[in-house]
Design a protein around this ligand. Structure first.
Ligand code: PGA
Length: 264
């Protein structure tokens, strides 16, 4: 695990974009795991800029999003489908046929989750998975207590998560209660992880994930078990860390490379 502490949100976004763009240039048919939330917005903005100004090419990229609310149609303002198309997917040259986001409206959720896992496998697995972290230590919608070996499935959202997300809905009752989410086991199979966090509200979760014991109560602590994980945080999110960490990818990361299939 490489923890990189940057000055602020923009610097975190730029550093994350630099790593992702580097991976994409090395492998044009990258399989990319994507996340929603406020945190990766700066990364997406930066990638859109690289696409427009430097021709960063997404035409052969396959994407898999981490999660989606159950019960929200894809065109719902607060669905993660809408979020992804509005904030990233429609601004780069991604082929819509290669975009995967769980569908929160399916009747048979279990079959859909199984299909999602099969799609990831058929794509050769995820090369680089972008992750945020919840103030309660969740990754994707794997809430505290989630099995560390879990696969894509439906999860009940905690009150804390619904409170955090209530700002996007007119009333609290409209905040969905369930979500389809990649499991922690699914996420751990990505060849490389890129976890981003900014702001004081994430400081405890980052401390627990990076320096705390590994436990299901802090699902993000599982990144300690991953062979190639980068945690890029700003000073505020790093404020409860006690270890010594680097401030730039230059100090080693860009020369590290993810293992290819079968190299593990
Ligand atoms: P945020 O959400 O980026 O909006 O803070 C992150 C998360 O809950 O995983």
């Amino acid at each position: 695990m490489l923890v990189i502490i940057k000055e602020d949100y923009d610097a975190v976004s730029a550093e994350a974009a630099r790593l992702l763009a580097e991976r994409l240039r090395n492998k044009p048919n990258l399989v990319l795991g994507l996340a929603t939330g406020s945190t990766p917005l700066g990364l997406y903005r930066e990638l859109i800029r690289c696409h427009r100004e430097q021709g960063l090419d997404f035409s052969k990229v396959t994407t898999f999003n981490l999660d989606e609310y159950v019960g929200l149609p894809p065109d719902h303002e607060q669905s993660y489908h809408r979020f992804m198309w509005d904030n990233f997917l429609s601004h780069v040259n991604l082929d819509p046929r290669y975009v995967h986001i769980p569908n929160g409206m399916v009747r048979d959720i279990a079959a859909h989750c199984k299909w999602y896992e099969e799609r990831i496998r058929a794509a050769g697995g995820i090369d680089l998975q972008v992750l945020g972290i919840g103030a309660n230590g969740h990754i994707a919608f794997n809430e505290p207590g989630s099995s560390l070996g879990s696969r894509t499935r439906v999860k009940t959202l905690t009150r804390t998560t619904r409170d955090d997300n209530a700002r996007f809905f007119a009333t609290f009752d409209e905040v969905p209660r369930y979500a389809i989410t990649m499991g922690i086991g699914t996420i751990m199979e990505a060849r490389e992880l890129l976890l981003l966090a900014t702001g004081e509200s994430k400081a405890q979760a980052i401390h627990d994930a990076v320096e705390g014991p590994l436990m299901a109560r802090v699902p993000a602590s599982m990144i300690q078990m991953h062979g190639l994980a980068h945690v890029i945080v700003d000073r505020a999110a790093a404020s409860r860390l006690t270890g010594e960490y680097v401030s730039s990818l230059e100090e080693g990361t860009l020369v590290r490379r993810p293992l290819g299939p079968g190299e593990r």
